[in-house]
Design a protein around this ligand. Structure first.
Ligand code: GLU
Length: 492
């Protein structure tokens, strides 16, 4: 995709909820393209549908992009030469253009009511005709207009679609053709004057000097209408932005990813403890390839390698397992201080710690032993809570796993061994317990250690046992084992 001018690419969501995978994949590609080309990323909020796009969602969208590290050069908070960047603040601009199109006879007032349109649509479908506006108000006489006005009808502004076709070259799909018999005259502005998406998006792309439109494939079919608006604005074909429609993202069930088959907001991934760099890494691979089969890429590599030529036109499949695997890799790659910073909010939110310096020290010593074991930061509270619980009790369902005679025997032997230990480091603990339980008693490690794990951590899922014992300290480890028979008796 070559274009000599400075690249100006925009991300233009209509946040009717929290941004989700599809939105962010688009934002990421827009960002990567702007950064790769040394161009500018324009962030525009398409909030003309004020009922569905709320301030809260706009704020959340801004926050999500920031969290992901997808910075923009023009848009909310940073401003820019072509603002405002919220469409709700540009209504007069759209109204002026709609009036101009009326004056130029590119558009006309349409007085058809919603019911009339619906009746005619039903009739078209019955007659096997493509549904769409039939041009009824295209050339109304002054008398007809007068009559409609007297009936109290308020007109919408409708764009006249000429005969013929729209042909353009999509940077991902190649030549795309739309015959206008399937692109009926369309509404630009409602009866109350408010603009529709097609008007606002096209006017803004022109006024904001957008050179490249990378967006989801679902918007491909709106392109001929937008091109029609460019034409009415007097834009020459060579000045149209380059369009690149990104492939759909499918769910595991091969249907387009949607709420129904598991698409959830980026806010959810954040709560689960997916790292922003893992989300970006994974989403970069949804429809784009770095040119080889590597799956772990950094943001810097993405910027260096991102070209639209490497975007695939066939749909990409969202695979949660792969995202988790990448997240696990990114967690393992974190330096301890960074891992600590990212973990603390999860522990504090889950009320495992309050955030005191002492607690933070314990967390810091514990993190290296779980770094290999977790795929999401949200697993950390459960993994480390055993270190912080004051009134430690083993849950009844876990207790029930260690009431058998073999487990009780393991605990008895283990207790005597750890009590006798003079040095409390995980290697000494391990060698003493292995000798007593595995070598001498001939138990399988799983059997031998799972009772002990439950006894001291309260769960059969925990960080490595010997490191856990070391972190817990000798006295507390012993106390917990000793407290158990009691717990078993009372069934707590
Ligand atoms: N605001 C539109 C949407 O969220 C996208 C506009 C565009 O990229 O052209 O669906």
């Amino acid at each position: 995709m070559s274009n000599k001018q400075l690249v100006r690419v925009r991300f233009a969501p209509s946040p009717t909820g929290d941004l989700h995978v599809g939105n962010i994949r688009t934002a990421l590609f827009d960002w990567a393209y702007a950064r790769h080309t040394g161009g500018k990323l324009i962030f525009r909020i398409e909030d003309t549908d004020t009922e569905r796009v709320t301030d809260q969602y706009i704020k959340a969208a801004i926050e999500t992009l920031k969290w992901l590290g997808l910075n923009w050069d023009e848009g909310p908070e940073v401003g820019g030469e072509y603002g405002p960047y919220l469409q709700s603040q540009r209504l007069e601009i759209y109204a002026t253009w709609a009036q101009k199109f009326l004056d130029q006879k590119d558009a006309y007032h349409c007085y058809c009511s919603a019911e009339e349109l619906e009746d005619r649509r039903q009739a078209q479908m019955k007659n096997n005709q493509a549904p769409g506006y039939d041009g009824k108000c295209r050339d109304l006489s002054a008398d007809q207009v007068e009559k409609f006005k007297q009936e109290g009808r308020k007109p919408v502004v409708r764009m006249r679609m000429p005969d013929g076709e729209t042909v353009f070259t999509d940077a991902i799909r190649g030549e795309v053709r739309f015959e206008h018999k399937y692109v009926p005259d369309f509404v630009l502005a409602r009866a109350d004057g408010s603009p529709l998406y097609t008007l606002a998006v096209a006017v803004d792309d022109v006024l904001m000097k957008i050179t490249h439109v990378l967006r989801g494939e679902d918007l491909l079919s709106s392109t001929p209408r937008q091109i029609r608006v460019y034409q009415a604005m007097g834009v020459k074909p060579e000045q149209y932005p380059v369009f690149a429609h990104l492939p759909f993202v499918m769910g595991q069930d091969n249907a387009k990813l949607s709420k129904r088959n598991g698409e959830v907001s980026i806010a959810w991934y954040r709560e689960q403890g997916f790292l922003p760099e893992a989300i970006c890494n994974y989403l970069a691979l949804l429809g784009w390839s770095p040119g080889d089969d590597r799956e772990n890429i950094t943001m810097a590599e993405l910027v260096e390698l991102f070209t639209v030529e490497r975007v695939n036109s066939s749909p990409a499949r969202f695979d949660m397992k792969k995202l988790e695997a990448i997240n696990g890799d990114k967690i393992r790659a974190l330096k301890l201080e960074e891992f600590l910073d990212r973990s603390l909010p999860f522990l504090i939110n889950a009320k495992v710690i309050s955030g005191s310096a002492d607690e933070i020290e314990i967390v810091k010593s514990a993190l290296p032993i779980i770094q290999e074991r977790i795929v999401k930061l949200a697993e950390i509270p459960q993994m480390l809570s055993f270190l912080f619980i004051k009134d430690f009790k083993v849950a009844a369902e876990e207790v029930s796993k260690i009431t058998d005679e073999a487990s009780q025997n393991v605990l008895k032997v283990a207790l005597s061994k750890v009590e006798a230990l003079t040095s409390w480091d995980h290697a000494s603990i391990e060698s003493s317990l292995r000798k007593a339980l595995i070598d001498d008693l001939g138990l399988k490690p799983r059997v031998a250690f799972s009772a002990l794990r439950i006894a001291v951590t309260g769960s059969h899922i925990s960080p490595p046992l010997f490191e856990s014992l070391q972190l817990l300290g000798k006295a507390r480890s012993i106390d917990r084992i000793k407290a158990l028979p009691n717990a078993i008796v009372t069934g707590k």
